[in-house]
Design a protein around this ligand. Structure first.
Ligand SMILES: Cc1cc2nc3c(=O)[nH]c(=O)nc-3n(C[C@H](O)[C@H](O)[C@H](O)COP(=O)(O)O)c2cc1C
Length: 358
């Protein structure tokens, strides 16, 4: 049986090894990088189809979270993360031709599989920047722990970050650096959002369904270990969220203060915003997010996403005001240098590849 962590064993091929593959194997190889992308609650809401020499990317509607992602925005950002990785992989092998959008508007159609975009493959120049980022896709994971407060990223990191943040039309951003008093406000909002989730029946039930025991064999969802929870704490949080038992005070405190403390330890907090809510713009936010994630990974950093903040209307409005922007936040993330003294938390499972191929 395929193990739920097998996808992470992917090996980087040399350029000549890659180009010896036939068309279908090239497609499958590139798709594996897309499949390692981040997704909301680790829902992996994507499906890929080979069409001649192109990759069609679909949203799997059955994995859009009904409680925390009513309009499907976070699922679309997740699709963008996969597309970002696919483009990085294709460009690394001089095999990217173009990205074609297949969808308009801001309402997700009702059918199960919705075609979002097509990546046309084909011989191109090897993109050296993408090639540099490629290994990061294999080691990256969300880092929900605190960052090293004594360190910051390098000047070259910030130069690349600015390039990535301005790479997609329609996507704007705001960055707050360590020491900016607004970070404490964001941290406080996060703590309130977490308490709200723990107290709201519909959100907490959904989270309980997607939070997994640490030794899980499941392919979808988030093991508690990725939240820095022990086996026992994870079981308590799952049961507590599902309202089966009272959550142990320590576990609840650890769960709802970790986001706040993480934000307060970050070197940067960034907000990705759009001038207009649309599926295409949400996906573009994901493309930017995945590129930032790989950059952070390459520079010894860790990144955590705080999506809940952008999904609560009132909080979203105060974030816009803090950023002094008329544009609307879609995602907020924090990043900082990883504490090298502690071992990294584990990666999250993935579905076997054949389950995301159409
Ligand atoms: C659009 C999006 C929204 C997310 N929102 C949150 C969030 O609000 N809180 C959180 O702890 N993680 C969040 N995550 C991180 C996912 O839970 C994580 O990507 C997933 O569990 C898979 O883990 P990996 O990225 O380490 O592979 C989000 C990720 C994405 C792409």
């Amino acid at each position: 049986m395929t193990s739920n962590y097998e996808s992470w064993e992917l090996k980087i091929l040399t350029n000549s090894q890659f180009h010896k593959l036939n068309q279908t194997d090239k497609f499958k190889y590139i798709v594996q990088f897309g499949h390692l992308a981040s997704s909301t609650h680790n829902t992996q809401p994507w499906a890929f189809k080979q069409k001649d020499d192109s990759i069609q990317i679909y949203l799997d509607n059955s994995r859009v979270l009904p409680a925390s992602d009513i309009v499907g925005r976070q699922a679309c950002v997740s699709i963008g993360c996969a597309i970002g990785n696919l483009i990085t992989a294709a460009k690394s092998y001089g095999y990217f031709s173009s990205l074609k959008w297949e969808i308009n508007g801001d309402k997700i159609p009702t059918q199960r599989y919705i075609l979002i975009a097509t990546i046309n493959l084909g011989k191109s120049k090897i993109d050296k920047v993408s090639l540099k980022y490629l290994p990061a896709i294999l080691t990256r994971r969300i880092e929900r722990r605190r960052h090293d407060v004594s360190k910051d990223f390098s000047v070259s990191f910030y130069k690349s970050l600015n390039q990535i943040l301005s790479s997609q039309n329609e996507i704007d951003s705001r960055i707050w650096h360590r020491g900016d008093p607004r970070i404490h406000l964001v941290a406080e909002l996060q703590s309130q959002a977490d308490t709200y989730v723990a107290n709201s029946a519909k959100f907490s039930k959904e989270l309980a369904d997607w939070l997994l025991p640490n030794k899980t064999k499941k392919f979808l969802g988030m093991p508690g270990s990725t939240f820095n929870l022990t086996d026992t704490q994870t079981d308590e949080v799952i049961e507590g969220l599902a309202n089966k038992s009272k959550m142990h005070a320590d576990s609840l405190a650890r769960f709802s203060s970790s986001g706040k403390k993480g934000i307060e330890s970050a070197a940067i907090i960034a907000m990705l915003t759009v001038s207009k809510q649309s599926i295409k713009n949400w996906v573009s936010v994901g493309i930017v997010l995945s590129n930032v994630q790989n950059l952070v990974e390459m520079h010894g950093g860790g990144l955590a996403v705080h999506a809940g903040l952008a999904e609560v209307t009132l909080v979203r409005m105060s974030l816009s005001a803090m950023g002094m922007t008329m544009t609307q936040p879609v995602i907020l993330f924090r990043a900082g240098i990883r504490d090298q003294a502690t071992p990294r938390l584990p990666q999250a499972p993935r579905l076997p590849l054949d389950q995301v191929l159409l």
